[in-house]
Design a protein around this ligand. Structure first.
Ligand code: NAD
Length: 395
């Protein structure tokens, strides 16, 4: 079976879906890699390294799609909302396509994928169960984003992170607040602690408190957290506006006293809640920094703009987008490992076996045989209306 690795085409994207180191593992499952020339170059993996590990290199992107039974991408159509559509013409019926497709954010693009007849599997829908942890690309990318958010904040802040006692006097440590202590938030806490900051964190899910404290962070008590805030998948549930209003009021003082605020609070399939208003920003000390990791999903900070850095009331607000992509070497390495584990799970006796009784397949499978077969996405499409019932086929 040929696994095709096209070059990523989202403007500025430097990651690649497979790195040379995973190719021997794929070969043991009966897969041969066909890599588009230069696909790994910007992540630090030249063509020669792929060839050394048994891959073939194709000069032409169309050839990769033509020859491959399975195509692996980082940002497929939907997740690549700028140039992803161009690949639709290259896809063919029953070809398997694996990548990020942002199906919960843009379900209509899932219909466009379905129309090509391709069998698409979305890695962001990987269930949060123990056996799928090695296939969890979303967590891998969130880990990198959490790390990079802190490094970015440290470089923008006009203060240092650690406490220092020197002959020139004592330097007080930076105060960092992390809002949303999921995968990215926990990595941000750990990184900020390593740099010597004093770190507070808040999350609506009470289970998180222990994890925050185990990393040396201090949990902010708002009295709002409740077991009902967590859904069966382990994600936060959406709350009503009155809840978020109360949260903003209670968090106000903590935000004002922080040098750095890193926000990561999101709810799957929803616009991110606004948790830091312009008024709250105005009460922060000049020079403070906000890194909004939820910027792409609408933003946790009223003032953040996706992909932009704005300075308001003397506070630098970064609308962080695709921070994982700014660490392309390790992002590609980690992504490649999760995709290789996923393929290893799907391949039986040298062939891809998509068993819909398997939770991992059922949850990630988006389209097959010309239809949207994912129940979650089909429901979402129907809820946004106007979808002909014939395009939705239950798995
Ligand atoms: P996410 O990216 O969907 O959300 C980030 C965080 O924001 C979450 O912790 C969420 O509770 C929080 N949040 C949402 N609304 C908030 C609000 N109003 N105020 C404060 N915080 C808010 O979540 P994620 O990082 O992908 O992970 C969610 C959970 O799943 C975590 O506990 C993580 O450890 C767990 N997880 C489990 C597995 C597994 O078992 N295989 C894999 C990955 C993650």
């Amino acid at each position: 079976m040929i696994v095709g690795v096209p070059k990523e085409i989202y403007p500025g994207e430097r990651r690649v879906a497979l790195v040379p180191a995973v190719l021997p593992t794929l070969a043991r499952s009966g897969c041969e890699a066909l890599v588009e020339a230069g696909a790994g170059l910007e992540a630090g993996f030249p063509d020669a390294e792929y060839v050394e590990r048994g891959a073939r290199v194709a000069a032409d992107r169309a050839e990769v799609f033509r020859a491959a039974g399975v195509v692996v991408q980082v940002l497929g159509h939907g997740a690549n909302d700028r140039t992803g559509r161009a690949d639709l013409a290259l896809l063919r019926r029953d070809q398997v396509l694996i990548g990020f497709f942002r199906p919960l954010g843009s379900p209509e693009t899932v219909q466009e994928l379905a129309a090509t007849g391709v069998t698409a599997l979305a890695v962001e829908l990987m269930p949060r169960v123990a056996r799928a942890q090695v296939m969890d690309a979303l967590s891998a990318m969130s880990t990198l984003a959490g790390y990079k958010a802190v490094v970015l904040a440290a470089s923008l802040l006009p203060r240092m992170f650690p406490m220092l006692m020197t002959a020139a006097g004592t330097v007080t440590p930076a105060r960092v607040l992390v809002v949303g202590a999921g995968v990215a938030g926990l990595q941000a806490i750990a990184t900020a602690r390593r740099l010597g900051a004093v770190v507070w964190a808040y999350d609506v899910r009470p289970a998180v408190r222990e994890q925050v404290e185990s990393l040396g962070g201090r949990f902010v008590e708002l009295g709002l957290e409740t077991a009902a805030a967590e859904d069966v998948r382990g994600y936060a549930r959406a709350q009503d506006e009155a809840f978020y209003q109360r949260q903003r009021e209670l968090m106000g003082r903590q935000v004002a006293e922080s040098d750095v605020v890193i926000t990561t609070a999101v709810v799957p399939g929803r616009r991110a809640p606004v948790l830091v208003t312009a008024d709250m920003v105005a009460r922060m000390a000049p020079g403070s920094v906000i890194i909004d990791l939820a910027a792409e999903r609408g933003g946790n900070c009223d003032l953040s703009r996706p992909g932009e850095t704005v300075v308001a009331h003397g506070v630098t607000v970064v609308g962080a987008v695709n921070l994982a992509g700014t660490v392309p070497y390790h992002a590609s390495q980690m992504y490649a490992r999760t995709v290789t584990a996923f393929l290893g799970h799907l391949i039986r006796d040298g062939r891809l076996a998509l068993d819909s009784d398997d939770e991992i397949v059922r949850e990630t499978l988006l389209t097959r045989g010309g239809a949207v077969v994912n129940t979650r996405i089909a429901d979402l499409l129907q809820s946004v209306g106007g979808v002909p019932a014939t395009t939705i086929k239950r798995a």
